[in-house]
Design a protein around this ligand. Structure first.
Ligand code: GDP
Ligand code: IMO
Ligand code: MG
Length: 425
């Protein structure tokens, strides 16, 4: 029986998961998303073209692999149709044969989006800064046993839909929301018809059967560990389990069938939306990271907040996920920096803390180690033999601090700008 390898974000999302899933896809038979929804924006670049995926797994471009949208995902039929059609328009053939969707995945309704906006507005200054895609309300309905699932399409769908919509409208009315969703609803129903053309499956059976047939599965996480509903910086989180355990519930695979856990992080740190960010740089260094790293959200276009790498948060993420291999992204963004800082502890109320705390307030003070930058263009490098000494020092420092080897280093957004450090025996 083969195991499921998991690739997930260790920071606040946008670590570069899409790029690396695409790079690793040739090693796998099946690629599957296990949580999140169109709040995700996973960017892939190859052959001079850029693709942004939201709900479709990032294994869709390489060699006709099976791609599965698992039960833990929340799916918006309208956005899914747009995403899939743009792939088809770009010349992607056979999508409907290659992509399977779990019947147990929950649907994001048009009214979920309205509720997302209404709840955010009601929070005022305390707003989460969500992507506005209806993620929170859709997962709320799932947990409160009011959700609408993909499998409902095959049965009494209009009845289930009308019931859910009526519930949402009562809430919207109680919040004095004015809205007109006729156009949105019309497009959404076109999405529903389109969705019916796909293989809607019992994905837990299918994936376990694949494993039994010695097929290899890569599970693709969305968001990042620090946005996890249980372990992230609550309440400034998303509404799903982004951690490794979410792969078991989001695909229906047992904890014993998890193999490698690839933890992916940027050589620095970013965050979109509100919430604590101890190493955030509100100065020109932060601006420089944002500018060189093109740190603008792939879903909402919002400027990402930027800062130095945070090893307190990273160690926490590694612990929660049981990471076995690290992947460092966007190291090229630091190519021109004279010195690079890494946060190894926080000072809270005058005390030094090395364990990620229950909550973080604004007056947390990061304790930094300063390392010399490599000041070398790494974007054309193809082997670790070319790494500058200072870069190797940075890597060794991280590996020692984190206790896990860095298996892959990414030196640019393109598929080719990826350096696998040592081949497995
Ligand atoms: P994801 O959500 O984790 O898949 O990450 P995103 O796609 O939202 O954000 C990562 C961004 O960084 C994308 O624009 C990628 O094209 C880009 N990117 C990925 N790896 C690298 C890298 O090594 N260097 C640079 N400069 N950009 C990268
Ligand atoms: P990928 O998969 C970065 C953030 C939002 C907000 C919070 C809650 O591309 O890494 P939500 O819409 O989920 O209710 O918003 O989570 N967020 C992300 N930030 N990358 C993502 O996905 C994100 N998905 C959600 O900005 O702060
Ligand atoms: Mg993203």
């Amino acid at each position: 029986m083969k195991k499921v390898d998991v690739l997930l974000g260790l920071q606040w999302g946008d670590e570069g998961k899409g790029k690396i899933v695409d790079v690793l896809t040739p090693n796998y038979d099946v690629i599957s998303r296990f949580q999140g929804g169109p709040n995700a924006g996973h960017t892939l670049e190859f052959n001079g073209r850029k693709h942004i995926l939201r709900s479709i797994p990032s294994g869709i471009f390489q060699g006709g692999k099976v791609n599965v949208i698992g039960n833990g995902v929340v799916l918006d039929p309208l956005l899914f149709k747009q995403e899939a059609e743009s792939l088809e328009a770009g010349g992607h053939n056979g999508l409907k044969k290659q992509l399977y969707i779990s019947k147990k995945a929950h649907l994001i309704l048009p009214t979920h989006r309205l509720l997302d906006t209404a709840y955010e507005a009601a929070k005022g200054a305390g707003k989460i800064g969500t992507t506005g895609k209806g993620i929170g309300p859709a997962y709320t309905d799932k947990v409160s046993r009011n959700g609408v699932r993909v499998g409902d399409l095959l049965h009494n769908f209009s009845e289930v839909y009308a019931k859910a919509k009526a519930r949402h409208e009562l809430i919207l009315k109680s919040m004095n929301c004015e809205y007109d969703i006729r156009e949105l609803e019309e497009q959404w129903f076109e999405g529903i018809e389109y969705l019916k053309e796909f293989n809607l499956i019992d994905s837990e059976h299918v994936i376990n059967k694949y494993l039994g047939e010695d097929k290899t599965v890569l599970a693709e996480g969305a968001q990042g560990t620090m946005l996890d509903i249980d372990f992230g910086s609550y309440p400034f989180v998303t509404s799903s389990n982004t951690v490794c355990a979410g792969c078991c519930t989001g695909l229906g695979v047992s904890p014993r069938s998890i193999g490698e856990v690839y933890g992916i992080f940027k050589a620095y740190c970013t965050r979109v939306g509100s919430g604590p960010f101890p190493t955030e740089l509100l100065d020109e260094t932060g601006d420089k990271l944002c500018e060189i790293g093109h740190e603008f959200g792939s879903v909402t276009g919002r400027r990402r907040r930027c800062g130095w790498i945070d090893l307190v948060a990273l160690k926490y993420a590694i612990m929660i996920n049981g990471v076995t291999r690290l992947i460092m992204m966007k190291s090229d963004v630091l190519d021109t920096f004279e010195t690079i800082k890494a946060c190894i502890a926080y000072v809270i109320d005058g005390k030094e803390v090395v364990e990620f705390p229950y909550s973080i307030s604004d007056d947390v003070e990061p304790v930094y180690v300063e390392l010399p930058g490599w000041q070398t263009d790494m974007t054309t490098m193809t082997s670790e033999d070319e790494f500058p000494e200072e870069f190797n020092n940075y890597l060794s420092f991280l590996e020692e601090e984190l206790g896990i080897p860095v298996k892959i280093v990414s030196v640019g957004p393109d598929r080719e700008q990826t350096i696998i450090r040592y081949e497995e025996q």
